[in-house]
Ligand binder design. Structure first.
Ligand SMILES: Nc1ncnc2c1ncn2[C@@H]1O[C@H](COP(=O)(O)OP(=O)(O)OP(=O)(O)O)[C@@H](O)[C@H]1O
Length: 354
């Protein structure tokens, strides 16, 4: 696997700079799939297009294995690109679409036919070469677009929101399939997405982008457990950020103390900052006579203001003294207005900035 290295890459439109002196390396670890994850408008597509050579650089270099590609035209970079809607040639068959890049490269006819058949096997559409692309479902069309991009054996595959046009169920299925396909093809891949679940389904490593800069790169599990800063934690779905303190073997939090060892990865002594999601707080109903029994009981009391049955379980919004309204989960069904005790589930807590 080769290495893609960006140095000081600066890209913009007119007088607006979207990406300013960005350094980024892909392929330095044995991670075939890297997700570029960030909110809408942060510059992900612009960066992908700059890597592909579709957007000129104002400054900096795009290098492959130490060779500067900045002045190499798109079709000479040996990179495959797939956009959100696949952009198949609608007047041609599936096979003709996949063969397109091979014809341009003047592959012999028999080799093209064999490669098209192999690619259709790889994307799990065997025997579909003669189908019209207008007859394909959205998911099938994306598989064909992937086959077309992979057919000439690119050294890098660039995917721009490849699942965005599909419905939720198909998205998950195709996310796993794309991961399988590019690993089987042994092609390092960069996939742009604004969806954190999609990034985790697809990628071995995730680079988080904010306002044209990469702010954190880590494997998905590490990213969820150790977001680099408040912004990353928030973008990844934290609903509450709180300060805490590691005191010996226990972590003192506004929701009581939990054993430090219960947090993935452990923690050094001293102050720290926690990012909580709804699953980080477990609500239990309080019997009327145990109300106000204080911190000795652990946890924090609050009053249920909203309650909703979600597919994964019941979600509550709870008004607390001092921390305002917080989100929590529960195995019970407390009424709005009921008093509950909130305890922290350390298995679902992230620690910021370690
Ligand atoms: N062709 C263009 N001309 C002018 N401005 C552009 C152009 N393309 C993108 N931009 C602007 O550049 C910024 C980054 O856009 P970009 O599409 O790269 O972001 P993104 O993270 O991919 O977002 P999205 O997921 O919404 O596409 C945005 O402010 C956008 O409006």
């Amino acid at each position: 696997m080769g290495i893609l290295q960006l140095r000081g890459v600066t890209v913009g439109y007119g007088s607006t700079t979207v990406i300013d002196h960005l350094d980024w390396a892909v392929g330095t670890t044995r991670s075939p799939v890297t997700a570029l994850l960030g909110p809408s408008g942060c510059g992900k597509s612009t960066l992908l297009r700059a890597i592909a050579g579709l957007e000129p650089l104002i400054a900096g270099t795009v290098e492959w294995d130490g060779h500067d590609l900045s002045h190499v035209p798109v079709h000479r970079r040996d990179f495959g690109v797939v956009f959100q809607d696949g952009q198949l040639f609608s007047g041609r068959t599936v096979g003709q679409n996949i063969a397109y890049g091979l014809r341009l490269r003047r592959w012999p006819r028999a080799a093209i036919a064999a490669r098209v058949a192999d690619m259709l096997e790889l994307v799990q559409l065997p025997g579909s070469a003669d189908r019209r692309v207008t007859d394909l479902s959205g998911g099938q069309a994306q598989r064909v677009a992937l086959a077309r991009a992979l057919a000439p054996r690119p050294r890098l595959l660039l995917l721009d929101e490849p699942l965005a046009a599909l419905d939720a169920r198909l998205r998950e299925e195709l996310a796993f399939a794309i991961g399988d396909i590019v690993r089987a093809a042994d092609t390092p891949t960069v996939v742009v997405t604004h969806d954190r679940a999609e990034a985790a389904l697809l990628a071995d490593e995730v680079s988080v982008m904010r306002d044209g800069a990469i702010v954190q790169t880590a494997p998905p599990a590490h990213l969820w457990q150790r977001p680099a800063d408040d912004w990353v934690a928030d973008f990844l779905g934290a609903t509450l950020l709180v300060d805490a303190e590691v005191d010996g073997a226990s972590l003192q939090t506004p929701f009581g103390a939990v054993p430090t060892a219960a947090l993935a990865g452990g923690l050094p002594a001293g102050p720290c900052r926690l990012a909580l999601r709804p699953e980080s707080l477990l609500a239990e109903s309080l019997l009327a006579d145990s109300r106000g029994s204080g911190p000795a009981e652990g946890g924090r009391e609050g009053v249920v203001t909203h309650s909703a049955a979600l597919p994964a379980g019941r979600r509550l919004r709870v008004a607390t003294a001092g921390l305002g309204e917080v989100d929590a989960v529960t195995a019970e069904d407390p009424a709005v207005g009921a008093t509950v005790r909130l305890r922290m589930d350390p298995a679902h807590v992230a620690v910021i900035g370690l």
